[in-house]
Each structure stands twice: as structure tokens, then as C-alpha cells.
Design a protein around this ligand. Structure first.
Ligand code: NAD
Length: 276
């Protein structure tokens, strides 16, 4: 594959760029994931709450791509936090995906008010030591949640998947993750394709390189060292989004994108998000 790996803190290799399937209905996930696999993606990011683990699994099964060449991530939904419920939810996800092991399992949100992520993570450690998942991690964890997790459990999370794009650059979180040996994975890396791709600085850099704004933003993530999982159901965009390993942004481009940070969240604040 043309996508380089990031080496996680347990030595497992994860493709630096993968395919996200949030908001893709189950019956469309099969064709979108099929297109992604045909295009060369080998990492797929889903979640129990997305309701498309079955469609994703069908595409994987039909693809003919050897299992060991794939990197499949899913996430434990909030209502399943807790030790026993996590073990059950993992079995359900694996069954829906049609897999006999998972590559990466993430706690979807910390839900600090519920104070249940430690027990939940202990079940993750059990799944990991049983060899049912190759790496375990978290999503939407703030440094304070990670500090507590690291103090009270044994396996340092391999990945923290957080909202991250040029308008929410997450400098402190990225530095904290890096100090702890945790890889930072960017969700909504394209800012959900809303205003970001029309920002004049991005458009200008795209013109300069003969690339699209989406490619410039994804390339920025790659050069920062982020793992990225752009989503699209449009075949031409699915292809465009992986074609980011044959050009580079220069220091001037990186500085111009660096200046776009607004600390602007598109999604919920992990400190208060409490939906189950
Ligand atoms: P994204 O930033 O990947 O943007 C996707 C949207 O951008 C598409 O729907 C489309 O409208 C547009 N787009 C995609 N490619 C384009 C292109 N080449 N040119 C122009 N427009 C393009 O947004 P996302 O789906 O929110 O995030 C990506 C993935 O991150 C999700 O699919 C999911 O897997 C994950 N995610 C995780 C969490 C979490 O809480 N852990 C939350 C949100 C998303």
C-alpha cells in the first residue's frame, strides 16, 4: 500500500490514512468501503453507534484483501461502558463485522460525569491480553482523562482519536499525547467539508501545488504526524483523499495553515458530553 504506517506504542503498525464511515447508512457502507478498499485504503474506522458495522464487514469479506493487510477500528458506545457490558459489546461488534479479531478498539467518549471509563478500560485490557484486539485506545479523551487512565490502569492507550483540523489544531492535546507515547488520530480531518475547504489560504495553497483543498488539508495532517480518516461516499473524492503521498507542503504553507486555528469545535466538548 502507498500509505505509510505509524508505529503504535506496542509495535503494531497502523496506516497513517484510513477511511471513516460516520453517517454512512449500513446499506451504503458496503459500496463505500468496497470502493475504498479497491482504491487502496487498508484502514477502516467505524463505531457501534454508526450502525454500519455489518455493511462494513460485508465489504471486507467480499474484498478478497487478506485479513492481515487490513486495519479495522471500531468503538464502544457510551451506553455500553462498564466492565461486563464492554465485553458483551465487543462480541457484538466483532460479530457484526464478521471478524475474529479487531485491530483497534476505542472508548468512544470519556463521559467524565459517569466516572466509568476506568472499569471500561480494564475490560479493554482483558480483550487485549486475550489477543482479541491488537491495540486498545480512546477517543475524545482530554489530557486530564488520560492522566487518570494511565495512573489507574496498566496499558497506555495506543491511540487517542480527537476532533482535529486546521480550525481546531489541538496543540496541547497533541503534545500531551506525544509525551505519553499515544498516537493522535484526527476525526473530522476535513472539518466535515464545510467552510474549511473554501478558506482562501487553503485554496491558494491548493492552486500553488495543483492539488485540491481537501488534499492540502490531509497533507497538512500527514506532515504533522497525525493519523487521518477522511470520509466520503463519492468515488472520485475517495480516490482524491488518498492521493496525498506524492507532494509536500513547504514551510510557508505550513505556517499559513498553522495561522488558521480558531479553537473551533464542530462536535461536542468531551468535558461535558454525556449522551448515552
Ligand atoms: P470529514 O472531515 O472527513 O469530512 C467529510 C465530509 O467532507 C464529506 O461528507 C464530504 O462532504 C466532504 N468531503 C470529503 N472529501 C472531500 C473532498 N475530497 N473534497 C470536497 N469535500 C470532501 O468528516 P467526518 O466524517 O466527520 O470525520 C471523518 C471520520 O472521523 C468519520 O467518518 C468517523 O469515522 C470519524 N469520527 C469520529 C468521531 C469520534 O467521536 N470519535 C466523531 C466524528 C467523526
Amino acid at each position: 500500500s502507498k500509505v505509510p504506517p505509524i508505529i503504535l506504542n506496542n509495535g503494531v503498525e497502523m496506516p497513517q490514512l484510513g477511511f471513516g464511515v460516520w453517517q454512512v447508512p449500513d446499506d451504503e457502507a458496503e459500496s463505500a468501503v468496497t470502493t475504498a478498499l479497491e482504491t487502496g485504503y487498508r484502514s477502516i474506522d467505524t463505531a457501534a453507534i454508526y450502525g454500519n458495522e455489518e455493511g462494513t464487514g460485508k465489504a471486507i469479506a467480499a474484498s478478497g484483501v487478506p485479513r492481515e493487510d487490513l486495519f479495522v477500528t471500531t468503538k464502544l458506545w457510551n451506553s455500553d461502558q462498564g466492565y461486563e457490558s464492554t465485553l458483551r459489546a465487543f462480541d457484538t461488534s466483532l460479530e457484526k463485522l464478521g471478524l475474529d479479531y479487531l485491530d483497534l478498539y476505542l472508548i468512544h467518549w470519556p463521559l467524565p460525569a459517569r466516572d466509568n471509563y476506568i472499569d471500561t478500560y480494564k475490560a479493554f485490557e482483558k480483550l487485549y491480553s486475550d489477543g482479541r484486539v491488537r491495540a486498545i485506545g480512546v477517543s475524545n479523551f482530554l489530557p486530564e482523562h488520560l492522566e487518570r487512565l494511565i495512573a489507574e490502569t496498566s496499558v497506555v492507550p495506543a491511540v487517542n482519536q480527537i476532533e482535529l483540523h486546521p480550525q481546531l489544531q489541538q496543540r496541547a492535546a497533541r503534545e500531551f499525547d506525544a509525551e505519553q507515547g499515544i498516537a493522535t488520530e484526527a476525526w473530522s480531518p476535513l472539518g466535515q467539508g464545510k467552510g474549511l475547504l473554501e478558506v482562501p489560504a487553503i485554496v491558494a495553497i491548493a492552486r500553488k501545488h495543483g492539488r485540491t483543498p481537501a488534499q492540502v488539508v490531509l497533507r497538512w495532517h500527514i506532515q504533522l504526524g497525525n493519523i487521518v480518516i477522511p470520509k466520503s461516499v463519492t468515488p472520485s473524492r475517495i480516490k482524491e483523499n488518498i492521493e496525498v503521498f506524492d507532494f509536500s507542503l513547504d514551510d510557508e504553507d505550513l505556517a499559513a495553515i498553522g495561522a488558521l486555528n480558531e479553537d473551533k469545535r464542530l462536535g461536542p466538548d468531551p468535558a461535558t458530553f454525556d449522551m448515552v
